[in-house]
Design a protein around this ligand. Structure first.
Ligand code: NCD
Ligand code: ZN
Ligand code: ZN
Length: 347
């Protein structure tokens, strides 16, 4: 198989930022994806429906003229989010509420310190049918960074699902064998997204033979055996695993620093990278469900009517992009991808 035509995919976990960065990166996602769940971890975070709708307008303004790309907005959950905001969010077209445990990742300082403080708001989310999208890491001085996801599953996620029987949850950017096993279980309320970097790379790529800051993201790349379990889960055909790039742009100087930011910029090459991962697993025919069908089914949205065609052709990855005065280094900068996007068609 040297070409593959699938319904236009969506990105169920994307950071678009704001201002000059937004204007630089939004066209990259809009060229490939039909819709994206847009993360709310701006500074200050997007905590109200009103702020989410204003952010949505700024995203639409940053798109190329005539682009049909649809940003799907989310709210940033804090200890203080009022339960009443959930009904406003659902009525205003917000698609999910994002849980950042305080201190877990980029711009998570205003995140939740203890989920028990959000019980009423979580109940309002259940009533409104709004899914909770989780950065699934438990932080604490006593928890090793490589164990944060497993600790979150055992001590936060499983008790949460037990306390809120109607709550829909997406475990975002699954990075461990434990996470992969959980989301491919039989709980219809629980789904998982998978990033290209966690399917293709492990911690050796980040740490062996030199420290590579552009492979540094949260949750951190894990062991090879975790990566193999993720690849098996993502390519399994399970209906609740789907594409979420977690493309997270940072200026080059913030990544190449004595205290560098977490986040990999993948938007322009994410789909070819997923094709590589699926091909390596001998599961190219399952890319369509993962990239284009399972996400809309979980979120209750239609599959995109347009199509996109991937072609097997070695294609260079730019060494950098420009974002205002800053430089932006993509994943696999200066390398090549085995696939490229050949054409995208209207219905
Ligand atoms: C993301 C970012 O930069 O906003 N960083 C990351 O390492 N993944 C935040 C997140 O998704 O955790
Ligand atoms: Zn995250
Ligand atoms: Zn993210």
């Amino acid at each position: 198989m040297d070409t593959l035509t699938i319904p236009r995919p969506d990105d169920w976990h994307l950071h678009l930022r704001d201002g000059e960065m937004l204007r630089a990166v939004a066209p990259h996602s809009a060229a490939v994806f039909g819709r994206a769940i847009v993360m709310p971890n701006l500074t200050p975070p997007v905590t109200t429906t009103e702020a989410a709708l204003a952010y949505r307008e700024r995203i639409l303004d940053a798109l190329p003229t005539g682009s049909p790309f649809q940003p799907l907005m989310t709210l940033y959950l804090t200890d203080q989010t009022p339960p009443g905001e959930m009904e406003r969010a659902a009525a205003g077209g917000v698609h999910g509420i994002k849980l950042y445990p305080a201190g877990a990742t980029t711009n998570s300082a205003s995140g939740v310190t203890d989920l028990r403080r959000c019980e009423e708001t979580l109940a309002a989310m259940e009533a409104a049918g709004l899914p909770l999208l989780v950065h699934g890491e438990r932080v604490g001085d006593d928890i090793d960074i490589f164990d944060r996801e497993a600790a979150f599953i055992d001590t936060v996620l499983l008790p949460l699902l037990a306390r809120h029987p109607r709550l829909k949850v997406v475990l975002e950017h699954v990075t461990t064998a434990a996470g992969a096993e959980l989301v491919t279980g039989d709980d219809p309320r629980l789904a998982g997204t998978f990033t290209p970097q966690h399917l293709l790379y492990d911690r050796n790529h980040l740490l062996a033979g030199g420290l590579r800051p552009h492979y540094y993201c949260m949750p951190i790349l894990k062991r090879r055996r975790d990566r193999e379990a993720l690849l098996e889960a993502a390519t399994s055909g399970h209906p609740r695993v789907f594409l979420g790039t977690d493309s997270a742009p940072h200026p080059r100087h913030s990544k190449e620093s004595s205290c560098g930011c977490a986040g990999c910029y993948s938007a322009p090459i994410a789909l070819p990278l997923y094709a590589e991962a699926f091909e390596a697993a001998g599961a190219l025919e399952r890319l369509e469900a993962f990239a284009s069908r399972n996400g809309p089914a979980f979120y209750g949205l239609p599959v995109n009517e347009e199509t996109i065609t991937l072609e097997r052709r070695e294609t260079p990855v730019p060494v950098s992009y420009t974002a205002g005065n800053a430089e932006l280094i993509p994943l696999r900068a200066g390398g090549t991808t085995a696939w490229r996007i050949a054409v995208s068609h209207s219905p």
